[in-house]
Design a protein around this ligand. Structure first.
Ligand code: PEP
Ligand code: MN
Length: 357
């Protein structure tokens, strides 16, 4: 199939990539695929055959034979098929087997040497590439991995947002940090960005709400783990949906339009955006005013040789502002973060003034 570079772009409905975390047996793969092909939104069937596991001694995938099962899925269902590649050897084998889509997993995308070797291995082919975000939120590392595939001439590339390793316990297996894929989209405007709600959620509780949020942010597609018998899955058992659960999820998904050309809507939006513009510039004026007062404070402290940090004052600022914010129905953690950023900048400015004396 020749590529027009539009393979990963959505039309009316987002593109759905679905299938088990791991290919486990020919039966499990084909059975799941036959269930999924009944759902018209599913375009790509996924299954990992080489599984990167945290600890040794766990199920590490069925290996090469899984590629033959994916070929069967291709032939018998007409679905495109996708698998994860972590080395150039994997990539070569997958290409030889005619796998349509190769994805770079989160444990590989953060390793530029491996990514480059894989990119070199697929150079000149028509294969489609999906690049998951690295485990930690480094947008440049993610973007760099994607660029390596553009650089070898791959036309169809998508990014997959699968969340970021949380260093403390959270309800999610991986933190969504939605600002990171948004930043990536700013860096590479034409790049289709998908969401993998399964690996963000880590269980089946949040897959629907995360998928909806991805739609609210106008993402191009979803990669969702679906198993014909989730309770017996050999990997990621607690986060895989049954085909029926996927069907319900897709039925309930509200797909948002990127734009709406209605005149009244446009006029209303324009008016509201003008208001926002004014507020933002007002905020910036106030911040500039605050900065100039901070400089005066800094000069006084420097003259009197008084320490920059005044713990009691900072404690009081926090207390009074958070109380005020609460009365205005502003979210506590948002205001706390904002105050911390403002305070950090105040300390930086005062340090500069002190140094220059
Ligand atoms: C997977 O998709 O099964 C997988 C291993 O994902 P990730 O690389 O996002 O952990
Ligand atoms: Mn998985």
């Amino acid at each position: 199939m020749n590529s027009d570079g539009k393979f990963f772009h959505k039309s009316k409905f987002p593109v759905i990539v679905a299938g088990p975390c791991s290919a486990e047996s020919e039966n499990q793969v084909l059975d799941t695929a036959f269930e999924l092909v009944k759902q018209s939104q599913v375009k790509i069937f996924r299954a990992g055959v080489w599984k990167p596991r945290t600890k040794p001694g766990q199920f590490e995938g069925v290996g090469d034979i899984g590629l033959q099962w994916l070929q069967k899925v291709q032939k018998e269902t007409g679905l495109f098929v996708a698998t994860e590649v972590a080395t150039s050897e994997h990539a070569k084998k997958a290409l030889d087997s005619g796998i349509d889509v190769l994805w770079i997993g989160a444990r590989t995308s953060g390793n530029p040497i491996y990514v480059q070797e894989i990119a070199n291995a697929v150079k000149g082919s028509n294969v489609k590439i999906m690049v998951k975000n690295p485990l930690h939120p480094d947008v440049d590392l993610w973007h760099g991995a994607i660029q390596r595939f553009y650089d070898v001439g791959i036309k169809d590339i998508a990014a997959v947002h699968r969340g970021f390793y949380p260093y403390e316990k959270t309800v999610y297996r991986n933190l969504p940090l939605w600002e990171i894929p948004i930043e990536l989209r700013l860096k590479q405007k034409d790049l289709p960005v998908y969401c993998d709600p399964s690996h963000i959620s880590g269980n089946t509780d949040f897959i629907e709400s995360i998928s909806q949020q991805a739609m609210d942010l106008n993402m191009c597609g979803l990669m969702i783990e679906v198993h014909n018998n989730p309770c017996n899955a050999l990997t990621d058992k607690s986060q895989q949906l049954s085909p029926l659960e996927l069907k319900h999820l897709l039925e309930n998904l509200e797909v948002r339009k990127e734009k709406f050309r209605d005149k009244t809507y446009k006029a209303q939006m324009e008016k509201l955006r003008k208001e926002i513009d004014q507020i933002d510039f007002l905020l910036l004026d106030l911040l500039a005013q605050r900065q100039s007062v901070i400089k005066d404070i800094a000069k006084s402290k420097a003259e009197m040789n008084v320490s920059i940090l005044q713990l009691n004052r900072w404690e009081n600022v926090l207390k009074t502002r958070l109380k005020y914010a609460k009365n205005h129905d502003l979210d506590k953690s948002y205001i706390l973060k904002l105050l911390q950023v403002i305070h950090k900048e105040a300390i930086r400015i005062q340090t500069e003034v002190m140094k220059s004396r």
